[in-house]
Design a protein. Structure first.
Length: 542
């Protein structure tokens, strides 16, 4: 029989059952009356976290507090060049003054089209000093037509970039295109430093948009997600999302600027006083020097854990993590398996993994957030049943820009809490374990029909990845059969395929067995460091 929090008040909420009753008072009990009384208690206990105030309500407040406290600490290092917190603040102040002179004000959007660099940081901080919104893209990867579309959708007033990309923006007014590296070299800006207040802090609003991330666009119109300062401060500056970052902590910056997890690296580091190690071409070289690494599981498989002597914390998200990978790193450092789409602000669940775990969960909701496991009618699923994970609380973003139809489809009023708020359909399947953690069952999109049966593709890939010889695996539907793509970590793979097939037979129904297995040296990656399923499909059909 499942334990109620009232049977063991030390479980999850601490020593006092008062916390539970406080949470219960916030819940609209009529919305969960389809559950048994026991499951109602667990719905609250597992899915709703207690309130916790972050130390900052605005990203720029967090950064500027470290400029005051540790002005001479190194904020970032890139290809042999470094910049202190005071220097970064000075350079960003000059750029902000230039932007202000061009009419930029709070709420305006700025296209930040740069690659990983110190200038990237200057552009971010300068934009946020004016309470403007940055729209990040890497012009090396994003084609010009898409940059034009993103600029139009976000109503960008200015483009900030680097001189090397001068030919990338023929669609934009040259007077409103600033190349950060070139502009800040001009002698007219020398000796402009000082404690210049660009905007009145009193008027700060935690619900201001901080940046807009475009989540897709390879087919159809890109979708821009508006992420607020409140959204970000909640995950970046509370435990466990702050990952223990403080003065002296070196954080690897290895991800694409247009990926939401790059904001975890950048704003998480600079708002907690750490030093950002901005990588060049070699990811592992940067990882070896870092105390904190944030990555996708696919990227993490390219890094040798034994060479990372300094690592203290690692967080992965963006795609399912192999249990073997989690166990390998959990023996070395604090390893967090996390989950959450861009629309719920980087991640909204985290699990600190225990070495040698047989099963890997995505943990519990992060502070001030909720997770509801619901059926297709938005009714709570019984505890232990698989359903769709809806996220609520401070993580829920403001929605897609200029896309009312998609907003109405994915965002909804939170009917479970008495306080007004929104919840978001993550599109992920999950269920609660008996100790109140979430098991991830892949995306709804990854549920396919084979021979009339519903198949969860991630269930197959998890079994394949349980073998030491396997680095990564993904299973896709092709026509009316399944294909598993596998990359190997070891060359010695005697009878591996036979062992994989036997394990699938033993653990899953017969219709889960792939019709084909393809072994590749490496699985292709997207620009955001995830397995590129589209490219795999193209490879298979050629």
């Amino acid at each position: 029989m499942k334990k109620s929090i009232l049977d063991d008040s030390s479980n999850y909420l601490g020593d006092s059952s008062e916390a539970f009753f406080s949470l219960k008072d916030q819940v609209n009990v009529f919305a969960i009356n389809n559950l048994s009384s026991e499951d109602q208690d667990l719905f609250i206990q597992y899915g709703i976290t207690p309130k916790l105030s972050p130390p900052y309500k605005n990203i720029i407040h967090a950064f500027e507090s470290w400029v005051t406290k540790t002005p001479n600490s190194v904020a970032a290092v890139h290809e042999g060049n470094s910049i202190t917190y005071k220097q970064l603040d000075d350079e960003a102040t000059i750029l902000a003054l230039i932007l202000k002179q061009k009419g930029i004000k709070a709420g305006d959007s700025i296209g930040l089209y740069v690659n990983r660099s110190i200038e990237m940081l200057i552009g971010i901080i300068a934009t946020l000093k004016l309470r403007a919104i940055y729209v990040p893209q890497d012009p090396r990867i994003t084609p010009t037509p898409m940059l034009e579309e993103i600029s139009e959708l976000s109503s960008a007033k200015i483009i900030l970039s680097l001189a090397t990309y001068k030919d990338k923006f023929p669609f934009f007014n040259t007077e409103n295109t600033i190349f950060i590296d070139e502009e800040l070299q001009k002698s007219i800006y020398k000796n402009l430093y000082g404690n210049i207040k660009l905007i009145n802090h009193v008027n700060d609003n935690e619900n201001q948009t901080c940046f807009i991330l475009f989540t897709s666009g390879t087919t159809g119109t890109p979708n821009g997600v508006q992420v607020t300062h409140k959204n970000l401060c909640n995950i970046l500056y509370n435990e466990p999302g702050n990952l223990g970052i403080t003065t002296g902590t070196k954080v690897a910056q290895i991800l694409n600027i247009s990926f939401d997890m790059a904001a975890w690296e950048i704003l998480g580091c600079l708002g907690n006083g750490g030093t950002l190690l901005i990588r060049g071409k070699d990811i592992e070289e940067t990882a070896q020097k870092a105390h904190v690494i944030i990555a996708t599981p696919t990227i993490l498989t390219t890094i040798d854990v034994n060479k990372c002597k300094n690592v203290k914390a690692v967080a992965v998200a963006g795609e399912p993590c192999p249990v073997i990978l989690a166990n390998t790193w959990a023996k070395k450092c604090d390893f967090y398996n996390c989950c959450g789409p861009t629309e719920t602000t980087i991640v909204n669940t985290m699990k600190k993994c225990i070495p040698n775990s047989a099963e890997l969960t995505i943990g519990k909701p992060t502070p001030n957030n909720t997770v509801y496991v619901l059926n297709e009618d938005k009714k709570p699923s019984k505890i232990g049943e698989v359903g769709i994970m809806w996220a609520g609380g401070h993580c829920v973003t403001k929605g897609y820009i200029n896309n009312k139809t998609l907003n109405e489809k994915r965002y909804a009023d939170d009917i479970f809490l008495k306080t007004k708020g929104k919840m978001f359909n993550t599109g992920d399947l999950g269920k609660w374990t008996e100790n109140g953690e979430l098991l991830h069952y892949g995306r709804i999109d990854d549920q396919v029909k084979i021979k009339g049966f519903r198949v969860e593709l991630d269930a197959i890939s998890k079994i394949i990845e349980s073998f030491d010889e396997v680095k990564r695996a993904v299973t896709l539907k092709h026509k009316n059969y399944l294909v598993s793509f596998i990359s190997l970590s070891k060359k010695e793979t005697e009878n591996l395929l036979d062992k994989i097939k036997k394990s699938i037979e033993e653990q899953l129904p017969y219709y889960y067995m792939p019709s084909d297995f393809k072994f590749l040296e490496e699985l292709p990656k997207t620009s955001r460091g995830k397995i590129d399923k589209r490219k795999l499909r193209d490879l298979y059909t050629k």
